[in-house]
Each structure stands twice: as C-alpha cells, then as structure tokens.
Write a protein that binds this ligand. Sequence first.
Ligand SMILES: Nc1ncnc2c1ncn2[C@@H]1O[C@H](COP(=O)(O)OP(=O)(O)OP(=O)(O)O)[C@@H](O)[C@H]1O
Length: 247
Amino acid sequence: MRYGDRYVLQGIDLEAYPGQIIGYIGPNGAGKSTTVKIMLGLVRGYTGEVKLFGHDLSEDAHAYKRRIGYVPEVVELFDNLSAYEYLTFVGELYGLTHEEADSKARRLMAMFELETVYYARINSFSKGMRQKVMLIASLLHNPDVLFLDEPLSGLDANSVMVVKEIMTQLAAQGKTIFYSSHIMEVVEKISSRIILIDGGRIVADGTFEELKAQSQEGTLEQIFNQLTGFHAYKQLAEQFVSIVREV
Ligand SMILES: Nc1ncnc2c1ncn2[C@@H]1O[C@H](COP(=O)(O)OP(=O)(O)OP(=O)(O)O)[C@@H](O)[C@H]1O
C-alpha cells in the first residue's frame, strides 16, 4: 500500500481465524491503522489480495460489512446526537430494526451504568463514556470480526476489567478480534496471538510465549523494544528534559 510515492505497507501477509484475539502492535506510523482501514474497505489503491470470510474485498462490500464491528481510535463524529439517536442510527445501518437497535442499545448502556444518559447528547459525555458508546455501537449487530483501536482508552479500572472479559468471552464464542494498542501489558495478557509490525512489515507473529522464546526477553514491552531496535529511551528522555529546562 502506498500513499503518493511512499510505501507504508510492504507485504503484510497474514491469515486470521475465528476465536483469535490478535494483538496488532507496532510503533507510531508503522501501518496498523492503514491495515485496518484496508480491511474495512475505507482505503483503496493497495496491491495484493485481501479476503474476508473467504471473499475478496472487491466482490460485495455490503455483505461482509454487516459482519464487522469497528471501534476507531479517535471519536469525534456525531457529537450532537444523543446516545439513543447515535446507537439506533448505527444499528439500523447494520440492518437492525429501530426497535431492535433501541432495545439492545438501552440494555447494553445499562450494563455500563449509562442508562440515565441514554437520551443525553454525546458531547456532554466524558472520554470513557464515549468509549463505551463506541464499543456498544461496534457490537450491536453481533459482528463476527471486530477491529478495536485502543478500546480501553479513557476507561476506569473497573470498566477495563469488564471490557477485557467481554473480549475474552466474544473470542471464546468464535469471534475474531483485531486489537491495536500501545499498552503492552494488556496486549500481552489478552492476545492469543501477537503481530508486531514495523515500517510496514511484519517483524513478529506468534503467541506471547513464542515471541518470548525467540527474543529471550521477559515482557512484551522488552520484545517490542528489541524488535523495533529501540534502546535509547533514557538518553532520549534526558535530552528532552534538558531542552525543556533551557530558559
Ligand atoms: N491519508 C494518508 N495520506 C498519506 N499518508 C498517510 C495517510 N494515512 C497514513 N499515512 C502514513 O502512513 C503511515 C502509516 O500510518 P498508520 O496510521 O497506518 O500508522 P499506525 O501504525 O496506525 O500509527 P499509530 O500508532 O500512530 O496510530 C504513516 O507514515 C502515516 O504518515
């Protein structure tokens, strides 16, 4: 995949299966979001083959989109709508009736203790509340594949535990979850498979135990640093602070 004359993905070759939670990680700008956007049909112009549920993406975009859920990293849209309006709108886009979407959305909001703000505008919500609304929106239509970009961002400690457990249970029921995050501790614990990309290429692909054995490092953070060739964090921080202190 290239933007202009710059290649941002260079031969990403992977297959994902039902029940996998794939921690899709890499440094800023590595190409994670671009991969996800290609699979969602949001960007075109790539070369190579992308198949979802065994069908090439170019065949019938509409049919497979109903089987996908997506939580984007940055949520700015639909701020003027209430949670009720937004969730029923999304539910209907995915083929639910208004009543089905409303009933499901209302009950899922209540599970996150957000029943009292169901009719409030999203622009009055905290970051964590918005994140919960986005998670509900991505799941209303019971998708088979989920793309989650920093899904725990802004969530408090209790909600983090609930959402992690929801992901585990969804995967146990055969859903495939693509999980992009920079929080290595969570990726390490939750993923059944970890794919590390750097500079548009896959540099590691396996279970945490396999990656650990290959790299002889103890934590995913250390494996990440080793495989992306980054060791100089202390010096970098020192230089940063010394510039800050120049006045
Ligand atoms: N629309 C675009 N036009 C031009 N270049 C782009 C565009 N979108 C992304 N890029 C470039 O493609 C590269 C990969 O970006 P991408 O957003 O996929 O990275 P990422 O791994 O998701 O990063 P992050 O961890 O920061 O979210 C970056 O160098 C970025 O500048």
